[in-house]
Design a protein around this ligand. Structure first.
Ligand code: ADP
Ligand code: ASP
Ligand code: MG
Length: 458
C-alpha cells in the first residue's frame, strides 16, 4: 500500500488570505501520495485565546469579547475571500457558533478554579478547530477533495492539560481507524494540530508549538512516507535568524542533531517532534511555504558530517541554574536519585546537568514550581540560584570525530563568563550556559567563527 505523506502548516503559513492561498498551492502541487494535512491555528490565535482565558479567570470575561470577535473576523475575512459562496454560509454559521461557545467557556472559567486547566485547553482548541475547518473549505473550493477531521478523535493523551502526553497505542488505533478509510477513498484529511483529547473525550493540548508534534504522531500512526513541516523559513538554519540574520539552511540533519537543536531552542521544530519520526524511521522535511521550491532541510537517520564539525547553533533563554552542594555526596550512593526525585515530584524537566565531588549544577526553564523545588532540595544540601541565564548548544555529528571544536568554541567566547559546560552526553552537542544578557553576542560570534570563514574571529 502507498504510504501517506503528512503536510503540516504552521501559524504563519495560514496567517492571512494570501498565506492560505499559498498553502492551497502547496497541497495541490505537492505531487506525493495520499496527503494528510495538519494545520496550526492562525498566527497569534492561540496567544489571543489563552490571553482571553487568563483575563476571564481574573474576573474580566466581558472585556475579552472584542478580542474573540476580532479573531473570528480574521477567519471570516479569509473565508469571504477564498471560500466559494455555496460553502461560505455554513462555514460562517460555524464560526458564529464557535464565537458563542468560546464566550460561554470564558464566562465559566472564573467560577470553576478546579476546572481551569481543562477549560483553558478547551478554549485554546478553537484556534486549530477554526483554522482546520477554514482550510478544508478553501481546499475544497480549489478542487482538493479535503475532509475536516477532528484530531481529538485521533490523538489520545493523558489528562496533563497544557502539555499532555500521547497514549501511543490508542493514537495509532484511532488514527488508523479514522484516516485509512478516507485515504482509501482518495480524500485529503485536514486535521488541526496541537489539540487532542483524553480517552474520555476531554480536550487537551500538546504544549505550545505542538502542531509539529501532532504531525509527527499522525505520521507515526500511519507509517507515513515523509513528514513535511511547512513554515516561514527555508528549513532549519545554522542559527536563529532573529539573532543571526545571515543564518543559512542546513541541507540535512540526523535525528540526533535535529532533536538537540529543537530541544535547545530552535523554535522551527517542537522538541518532541523527532522522537515519533525516529521510532518509525520516517524522514522529516522542513520547507518554506513562502518559497516552496527551496530545498529546505531533511532529517533522517543518516549522520552526515560537515567539514569543521558544526552544523548549527541553538540557544534558549530564560533559564535558571540551581547548584546543590553537600558533603553527603562524597562517596555516597542514592544522593543523585534523591535529588532528581525532587524534580520528578514537581514535574519539572532538567536540561543540562554537571556534577563535581560535592556539588551538582543543573538548569531548568520551567520555574513554576521553583519555590517548592528549592525547599525540598535544601533538605539535601545548600542551594544557590542563578536566574537570567541562557543555554547555547553547538550541534554536529562531527563533534564525535573532529578534534579541537571545544577549544575553538571557548576561544570564540573567551571573554564571556561560562557557568556550566556539558559535552559528551549525546555526542553530537556541546552545551554551555552564559548570562542571558550576552547570549546573542555569543551566538553571533560562534556563527561567524564556524559559518562565516572570511570574517572568522576564531
Ligand atoms: P510555525 O508557525 O510554522 O510553526 P514557528 O514560529 O514555530 O513557525 O517556527 C519558525 C521560526 O523559528 C522561524 O521563523 C525562526 O524565527 C525560528 N527559529 C529559531 N531557530 C531557528 C533555526 N535554527 N532555524 C530556523 N528557524 C529558527
Ligand atoms: N497554535 C499552537 C501554538 O500557537 C500550536 C502551534 O502553532 O504549533 O502554540
Ligand atoms: Mg511552530
Amino acid at each position: 500500500m502507498v504510504q501517506p505523506r503528512i503536510l503540516k502548516f504552521g501559524g504563519t503559513s495560514v496567517a492571512d488570505a494570501a498565506a492560505v492561498e499559498r498553502v492551497t498551492g502547496v497541497v495541490r502541487g505537492h505531487g506525493g501520495p495520499r496527503p494528510v494535512v495538519v494545520v496550526s491555528a492562525l498566527a497569534g490565535a492561540t496567544d489571543a485565546l489563552l490571553a482571553a482565558a487568563d483575563a476571564a479567570a481574573c474576573g474580566e470575561p466581558a472585556g475579552t469579547e472584542p478580542s474573540v470577535q476580532s479573531l473570528l473576523e480574521r477567519h471570516s475575512n479569509i473565508a469571504q475571500r477564498l471560500v466559494r459562496p455555496e460553502a461560505r454560509d455554513a462555514l460562517l454559521a460555524g464560526f458564529e457558533a464557535a464565537r458563542r461557545e468560546i464566550l460561554q467557556l470564558l464566562g465559566r472559567i472564573a467560577h470553576e478554579p478546579d476546572g481551569r486547566p481543562a477549560l483553558r485547553d478547551e478554549i485554546a482548541s478553537y484556534g486549530e478547530r477554526l483554522s482546520a475547518s477554514l482550510l478544508t473549505a478553501v481546499l475544497a473550493g480549489a478542487g482538493v477533495a479535503a475532509r475536516y477531521v477532528d484530531s481529538r478523535h485521533c490523538l489520545t493523551t493523558d489528562a496533563t492539560h497544557g502539555r499532555a502526553n500521547p497514549l501511543m497505542p490508542l493514537c495509532v488505533e484511532r488514527t488508523l481507524a479514522i484516516l485509512t478509510p478516507l485515504l482509501d477513498d482518495g480524500l485529503v484529511p485536514v486535521l488541526g494540530g496541537y489539540i487532542a483529547a483524553t480517552a474520555d473525550g476531554i480536550t487537551t493540548t500538546l504544549g505550545r508549538g505542538g502542531s509539529d508534534y501532532s504531525a509527527a504522531l499522525v505520521g507515526a500512526a500511519l507509517d507515513a512516507q515523509e513528514i513535511q513541516i511547512w513554515t516561514d523559513v527555508s528549513g532549519v538554519l545554522t542559527a536563529d535568524p532573529r539573532v543571526v540574520p545571515g543564518a543559512r539552511t542546513v541541507a540535512s540533519l540526523s535525528y540526533a542533531e535535529a532533536a538537540e537543536l529543537a530541544y535547545f531552542g530552535a523554535k522551527v521544530l517542537h522538541p518532541k517532534t523527532i522522537q515519533p519520526a525516529m521510532d518509525c524511521a520516517i524522514p522529516v522535511r522542513i520547507c518554506n511555504s513562502r518559497a516552496p521550491l527551496d530545498p529546505g532541510t531533511v532529517v533522517t537517520a543518516a549522520g552526515e558530517v560537515r567539514p569543521g564539525g558544526v552544523k548549527a547553533i541553538a540557544h534558549k533563554g530564560r533559564v535558571t541554574i540551581l547548584q546543590i552542594t553537600s558533603t553527603r555526596m562524597l562517596g555516597a550512593y542514592g544522593f543523585l536519585r534523591a535529588l532528581f526525585e525532587v524534580f520528578d515530584r514537581h514535574r519539572t524537566a532538567v536540561d543540562v546537568v554537571t556534577t563535581s565531588e560535592v556539588s551538582v549544577s543543573l538548569t531548568v526553564d520551567d520555574t513554576a514550581s521553583l519555590d517548592g523545588i528549592v525547599a525540598d532540595l535544601r533538605r539535601l544540601g545548600t542551594v544557590t540560584l542563578e536566574p537570567d541565564r541562557a543555554i547555547v548548544c553547538v550541534v554536529g555529528e562531527g563533534l564525535r570525530t573532529t578534534p579541537g571544536i571545544a577549544a575553538r568554541v571557548f576561544a570564540t567566547v573567551g571573554d564571556i563568563n561560562v557557568s556550566l559546560i556539558s559535552q559528551g552526553a549525546s555526542r553530537v552537542n556541546l552545551t554551555f550556559v552564559v548570562e542571558e544578557a550576552r547570549v546573542r553576542e555569543a551566538v553571533c560570534r560562534l556563527h561567524q567563527a564556524f559559518f562565516e570563514p572570511a570574517r572568522s574571529v576564531a
